[in-house]
Design a protein around this ligand. Structure first.
Ligand code: GDP
Ligand code: IMO
Ligand code: MG
Length: 433
């Protein structure tokens, strides 16, 4: 048995959902450990797409247990809807295969109003471009010790007390500072108490369950959301999300210790994308950027926004390899690069007179970094039908090998399409640790 974490190495949407779905075959437990419904993970099974925002991407497999860890912020309305949607599509979801940590914090309606209100007040060039799902304001209440957790939700008396005590302050801030509408306590209770009833059977001590499973010899797969460069500490602050998205947080966000993690797979999109605001050194504003965007169908699964696109940036991926101690890489969407005569890979940045090989922390520096590119020959043919690395065009293999060299981590999986079958496994991450 081994326990593996899957993280995004760029700015999210690297194809983590697909990778988790593929690797879930080997695991018994699949655990989300951070973020909330700002995530959008698309999984394609037999040509049918499933989008999940909160439910771990293992849910489409039978006999797996999906867990939402204490580090996740959960909008109970979205979770209830997602469960219903899965059931409507014939996927059984019950307390036998989906459990939520009693310590997970609830996204409340005022969190969403505050998220929207703050973005509205910011000048256009200062906006973060959040998903508007209340993620930041919810984590903020968690850290300032005024959050409401699932263990509170399922006890109506505690829930009412906590809501009453915080709502006065929230309404003052909404009305006086954000000039926004305010919230009615009764209306919130009316909306949230039915969620308590629907979700109560799913609420559990997730840390106990994971540790029991590990003791029993089961493998656990930890599903990251967002990407390393959206991490609150290691990302392009303040253009980041409000949680630690890196592998280290799998421990805190699920309730296990670091000695239980055996491998970390970094999902690397074969090029780079970003939704929302913030610096992006290899962003392309020309026809090539449009081509990548169209061929890759780069639209956000959560907000439908067009994703900004550019060449692969290995300064970014190398930074992720270090921060996450990656043991392997999963290269996704390699098929999208078919047909380009020449491909470019960013190997370093030019900043004033200097050549930078490490990702800079200061946004004012990053914004002025010019990518230094290396050119590689492309390949003309479609590769989506290829299942064996030996059958890939030589230039595609060379592109992957060059990533491996520049990032200094072994490529274990290559994804050549959105489906489960579009996967070339070079080394099974569960076997190699
Ligand atoms: P996540 O947030 O990291 O799970 O990624 P998203 O699901 O938001 O975005 C990745 C998109 O690319 C989804 O629409 C996937 O179905 C799709 N996808 C994943 N891997 C591949 C691949 O190898 N090739 C192609 N063409 N599409 C892929
Ligand atoms: P997955 O898991 C891409 C971005 C938002 C915004 C910033 C802050 O699908 O890879 P937030 O609502 O979290 O406060 O927004 O983070 N963002 C994502 N970008 N993929 C995601 O998740 C994202 N989750 C948040 O666009 O720039
Ligand atoms: Mg996504």
């Amino acid at each position: 048995m081994s326990n593996i974490v899957v993280v995004g190495t760029q700015w999210g949407d690297e194809g983590k959902g697909k990778m988790v779905d593929v690797l879930a075959e080997t695991a018994r437990l699949i655990v989300r450990f951070q973020g909330g419904n700002n995530a959008g993970h698309t999984i394609v099974v037999d040509e049918e797409p499933f989008i999940s925002h909160l439910v771990p991407s293992g849910i489409l497999h039978q006999n797996k247990v999906c867990l939402i860890g204490n580090g996740v912020v959960v909008d109970p309305g979205v979770l209830t809807e997602e469960i219903q949607h899965l059931r409507n599509r014939g996927i059984p979801v019950g307390p036998n295969n989906l459990l939520i940590s009693e310590n997970a914090h609830l996204i409340m309606p005022y969190h969403k109003l505050i998220d929207h209100g703050r973005e509205r007040l910011l000048r256009a060039d200062k906006k973060i471009g959040t998903t508007g799902r209340g993620i930041g304001p919810c984590y903020e209440d968690k850290v300032t010790r005024r959050g409401i957790r699932f263990c509170d939700l399922i006890d109506p008396k505690t829930f009412k007390q906590k809501l009453s005590s915080i709502l006065k302050e929230k309404n003052f801030y909404l009305k006086e500072f954000l000039k926004s509408e305010t919230m009615d306590e009764e209306a919130i209770l009316e909306e949230y108490l039915p969620y308590a009833k629907a979700l109560r059977p799913h609420v559990a001590n997730v840390s106990v369950l994971i540790n029991q499973a590990i003791k029993g010899g089961d493998s656990v797969l930890f599903e990251g959301a967002q990407g390393t460069h959206l991490d609150i500490d290691h990302g392009t602050y303040p253009y980041v999300t409000s949680s630690n998205t890196v592998a280290g947080n799998a421990c805190c966000g699920a309730g296990i210790g670091p000695t239980q993690i055996h491998g970390v797979i970094g999902t690397v999109k074969a090029y780079t994308t970003r939704v929302g605001k913030g610096p992006f050194p290899t962003e392309l504003f020309d026809e090539t950027g449009n081509l990548i965007q169209n061929r890759g169908a780069e639209f956000g699964a959560t907000t439908g926004r067009r994703r900004r696109c550019g060449w692969l940036d290995t300064v970014v991926v190398r930074n992720s390899a270090r921060i996450n101690s990656l043991t392997g890489l999963a290269i996704t969407k390699l098929d999208v690069l078919s047909g380009f005569e020449t491909l470019e890979i960013c190997t370093a940045y030019r900043y004033k007179q200097d050549r930078l090989t490490e990702f800079p922390s200061a946004i004012r520096v990053l914004e002025k970094c010019e990518p230094i590119y290396e050119k590689l020959p492309g390949w003309p043919d479609d590769i989506t039908a290829i299942r064996n690395v030996d059958e890939l065009p030589e230039n595609a293999v060379n592109y992957v090998k060059r990533i491996e060299e520049l990032v200094e981590a072994p490529v274990q999986i290559i994804s050549v399409g959105p489906g489960r079958k579009h996967t070339i496994v070079l080394q099974d991450p569960f076997d190699s640790v």
